[in-house]
Design a protein around this ligand. Structure first.
Ligand SMILES: [Ca+2]
Length: 215
């Protein structure tokens, strides 16, 4: 299987960016087991909102299925010490009544339900609570699969706990790979979160996708 690894470029810096992220892109020429999380949710119209407006980002976003973990572990596959727990991110961008988030403690992994994304739906943004433990990291994989060609690509992002302040903050927009043809079409997106390095306790909440085409 041919693979290409190269540095990838993040979106334009936002006014407030508290979560530092490094990333790498891996392209695979054939499908792998990386995209396997349930029946893909369709590209039907989805509720949108300017949920990151307070951070200088006026784009509209739609939530990943159960992206706020208010339905417990529905639409997520949890491994190791991954648990949905009481306590929301403090900005309540999903609504004042929200009260849950995902805790990743020690070794833990969480994988989202696969969703369909179309042209321009090219980035993901979420809230992370940094444990501020030296040597701890949170790895995020954004994997896409083109159902027509079977090609798969993954962009991997690493959040270094020592490089960001303690506490809840939005990530920068995380660019997902583009395996769409010149005539557009659709691709399938799956997100995976994995703890790494020094054992620590991370939290994530309110996972969103930027539907650029509908802005
Ligand atoms: Ca929540």
């Amino acid at each position: 299987m041919a693979k290409v690894r190269e540095a990838c470029r993040l979106a334009s810096p936002m006014r407030i960016v508290a979560v530092a992220i490094t990333c790498a892109l891996v392209l695979a020429t054939t499908a792998t087991a990386a995209v396997a999380a349930g029946t893909p949710n369709p590209c039907s119209p989805r509720n949108q909102g300017k949920v990151f407006q307070d951070w200088g980002d006026d784009n509209n976003y739609f939530a990943m299925p159960n992206g706020g973990f208010e339905e417990g572990s529905d639409d997520w596959w949890l491994y190791g010490n991954a648990r949905v727990v009481w306590g929301n991110e403090p900005f309540d961008v999903g609504g004042w009544a929200d009260m849950r988030s995902l805790r990743l403690s020690g070794w833990a992994m969480a994988e989202s339900r696969t969703i369909c994304v179309g042209v321009g739906e090219d980035s993901v943004r979420l809230f992370v609570k940094n444990p501020r433990v030296d040597g701890a990291s949170l790895h995020i994989d954004a994997t896409v699969r083109n159902p027509d060609t079977g090609r798969v690509a993954t962009t991997g992002f690493d959040i270094d706990a020592a490089a960001a302040p303690y506490g809840w903050a939005p990530t920068v927009p995380l660019r997902i790979p583009n395996l769409l043809g010149s005539d557009g079409g659709q691709q399938e997106l799956t997100l995976r979160f994995t703890t790494g390095g020094t054992p620590a306790t991370w939290y994530i909440d309110d996972v969103y996708v930027d539907p650029w085409k509908l802005r």
